[in-house]
Write a protein that binds this ligand. Structure first.
Ligand code: NAD
Length: 493
C-alpha cells in the first residue's frame, strides 16, 4: 500500500443545489487495485445534512415540482439516462477506480443505470391512479402522493446500479432525494448528480452528501424533514436504521445482506450449472448481495461438480480490473480483504478443506492491490461460521445433500433470504423447490439474471420492501383515499 495522501483538492459535494468543497474531514479515495490514493471528497456534517434536507423540502413542495406534468418529469429522467450513456466511459472508470470492479462489468452497469432512468421515465408517464368500487352515490378514488424528502443510503459494491434503483423511482414518484453514498464510493453519485442537474433537475431536488454512516448517515436518518428512508447495505446497519425510523414513525425500505443457496440436483446439466455457480459467486469478486455463496450439490454428483469447480476457480483470470481479459479484480478494500481472510481462517479452524484459493495471488503486479484468489471450501456443515456469515468475497462453501427434504431444510436454515438458484431437468421439482425456498428471488437453470421490471427484495434478515418494477414507484408514495359525493343535495345549488 502506498501511503502518500493529500495530493488532491477535495471534490465538491452537492448540498441543496450548491456544490460545496470542504477540506476538513475529507475522505481519501484509495484505488483497491494498487493501494494508491485516487482523490479526496468533501464530507457532510450535521449542518450540511440540515441544509440539504431543508432545501429538499422546499424544492419538493414547490408547485413547479409538485405539479410537474408526468411527461415533463419523464423527459428529465430521459435526459438523465441520455447523459449517463454519453458519459459511459467516465462513469465506468470512476466506479472501477473506487471499488475495483472489472471494467467490463462497470460498463454493463452504466448501461443498466441509464436503462433504469429510462424505465422509470416510462412508468412515470403511464402509471395512473385508481377509481375504486364505491358503495353509494359517490366517486371513490385512490391517489398516490410522494413522501416529500427521501433519504437514500447506499453501499459500495455497485453504486451505479443501487443509486439509480433508488433515485429514479423516487424522483418519478415526485419526491426530492438526499443521497448518502458509501464512504468508499462517493464519486459515482456525485458524477450522476452533475448529469442530473444538467438534465434540468430543479436545484434542491437531489443532494449528494458523502460521509461516514456514523456522522452523515445518522444525521440524515434522524433529521425530522426526512419522511422515508431507502437503504441498501448490511443487515446490522439496516437494523439500526429501522430502529431509528421506528422511533420517528417513518417508513423504510431495506435491501440487506444474503447467503444465498445455489442448488445442483443430480439430473442437472452439470457444465451449465458449473458455469452458473462460477458466475454466481466470483463475478464482482463475490461482492454481490445475491452471490450464490452456499452451494448444495446432490451427493451423487458431488465429486464431478467439485472437481470442475476447483478447475474453474484455479483458472479464473484474476487481474487488474482494466486488463482486457480480467475476470476478477480486487475486492473493494484492504480492511475488507482482512475480513475475508479471517472468515476463510475460521473455515480452516472449523475443519473445512480449502480446495481452491484461500490466499492472495502470487503475481507481482497484483501485490499492491486488495486481491484474493477465488476460493472453494468443502467439508464444513451448515452450522460453520463461513457457511452462516455473509463473507461478501470470492468464497464458495460446498455442501452435499441427499434428497429434496434434506436440501430444503439445509437451504432454509439461515437468517437470510435474498436469492437462490436451482439446477434440475425435473420441472415439477423445480417448481416445488422454488416455492419452498425462503428467498425473495429464485433462479431456475440460470443465475443472476435480473430485470428492472421484476420486483427485488429479501425475505427474513435480507430486508423489507421491494425495489424495482412498476411497484418500485409505489415504494416512494403514500396512498390517499378520496370520497367525492355525487349527490346534488350536498352541494349548494
Ligand atoms: P454497510 O451497511 O456497512 O453500509 C451501507 C451504507 O450505510 C453506507 O453508505 C454507510 O456509510 C451507511 N451507514 C452505516 N452506518 C450507518 C448509520 N448508523 N446510519 C446511517 N447510515 C449508515 O454496507 P456496505 O459494507 O457498504 O455494503 C455491503 C453490504 O450491503 C452487504 O451486506 C451486502 O449484502 C449489502 N447489499 C445488499 C444489496 C441488496 O439489494 N439486498 C445490494 C448490495 C449490497
Amino acid at each position: 500500500m502506498k501511503s502518500e495522501t493529500r495530493t488532491f483538492e477535495p471534490e465538491a459535494m452537492l448540498v441543496g443545489g450548491e456544490w460545496i468543497s470542504r477540506d476538513e474531514q475529507a475522505l481519501d479515495a484509495i484505488n483497491p487495485a494498487d493501494g494508491s490514493p485516487s482523490g479526496r471528497v468533501s464530507t457532510a456534517d450535521a449542518a450540511h445534512v440540515d441544509a440539504a434536507v431543508t432545501a429538499a423540502r422546499a424544492a419538493a413542495s414547490a408547485r413547479s415540482w409538485r405539479d410537474m406534468l408526468p411527461h415533463v418529469r419523464a423527459q428529465i429522467l430521459g435526459r438523465i439516462a441520455d447523459g449517463i450513456r454519453a458519459q459511459s466511459e467516465t462513469l465506468a472508470h470512476l466506479q472501477m477506480l473506487e471499488n475495483g470492479k472489472v471494467l467490463n462489468e462497470c460498463r454493463a452497469q452504466v448501461v443498466g443505470a441509464a436503462a433504469t432512468y429510462r424505465y422509470y421515465a416510462a412508468v412515470c408517464e403511464t402509471l395512473g391512479a385508481e377509481i375504486t368500487p364505491s358503495r353509494g352515490n359517490y366517486l371513490s378514488m385512490t391517489a398516490y402522493e410522494p413522501y416529500g424528502v427521501v433519504a437514500a443510503i447506499t453501499p459500495w459494491n455497485s453504486p451505479l446500479t443501487m443509486e439509480a434503483q433508488k433515485i429514479a423511482p423516487a424522483l418519478a414518484a415526485g419526491n426530492a432525494v438526499v443521497l448518502k453514498p458509501s464512504e468508499i464510493t462517493p464519486r459515482v453519485g456525485l458524477a450522476v448528480a452533475r448529469i442530473a442537474m444538467e438534465a434540468g433537475l430543479p436545484p434542491g431536488i437531489l443532494s449528494v452528501l458523502p460521509g461516514t454512516g456514523a456522522i452523515t448517515g445518522d444525521a440524515l436518518v434522524n433529521h425530522p424533514g426526512v419522511r422515508m428512508v431507502s437503504f441498501t447495505g448490511g443487515t446490522a446497519t439496516g437494523r439500526r436504521i429501522a430502529e431509528a425510523a421506528a422511533r420517528r414513525l417513518i417508513p423504510v425500505a431495506l435491501e440487506l445482506g444474503g447467503k444465498s443457496p445455489h442448488v445442483i440436483f443430480d439430473d442437472a446439466r452439470l457444465d451449465a450449472a458449473v458455469d452458473g455457480v462460477v458466475d454466481g459467486i466470483f463475478e464482482g469478486s463475490g461482492q454481490s448481495c445475491v452471490a450464490g455463496s452456499r452451494l448444495f450439490v446432490q451427493r451423487k454428483v458431488l465429486e464431478p461438480v467439485v472437481r470442475a469447480l476447483v478447475d474453474r476457480a484455479d483458472r479464473l483470470r484474476v487481474d487488474l480490473p482494466d486488463a482486457p481479459d480480467a475476470q476478477m479484480g480486487p475486492v473493494a478494500g484492504f480492511r475488507h480483504r482482512q475480513r475475508i481472510e479471517s472468515l476463510v481462517q475460521s473455515a480452516r479452524d472449523e475443519g473445512g478443506e480449502i480446495l481452491a484459493g484461500g490466499a492472495r495471488p502470487q503475481e507481482g503486479r497484483l501485490a499492491a492491490g486488495a486481491f484474493y484468489r477465488p476460493t472453494v471450501i468443502a467439508g464444513l456443515d451448515n452450522r460453520a461460521t463461513a457457511v452462516r456469515e455473509e463473507i461478501f468475497g470470492p468464497v464458495l462453501c460446498v455442501l452435499p445433500f441427499d434428497d429434496e427434504d434434506d436440501l430444503i431444510a439445509q437451504a432454509n436454515d439461515t437468517a437470510y433470504g435474498l436469492a437462490s438458484g436451482i439446477w434440475t431437468a425435473n420441472y415439477q421439482r423445480a417448481w416445488r423447490v422454488a416455492r419452498a425456498l425462503e428467498a425473495g428471488l429464485v433462479w431456475i437453470n440460470t443465475y443472476k439474471q435480473l430485470s428492472i421490471a421484476t420486483p427485488f427484495g429479501g425475505f427474513k434478515d435480507s430486508g423489507i420492501g421491494r425495489e424495482k418494477g412498476v411497484t418500485g414507484v409505489r415504494l416512494y408514495q403514500q396512498s390517499k383515499g378520496i370520497y367525492w359525493s355525487m349527490d346534488p343535495a350536498n352541494v349548494r345549488g
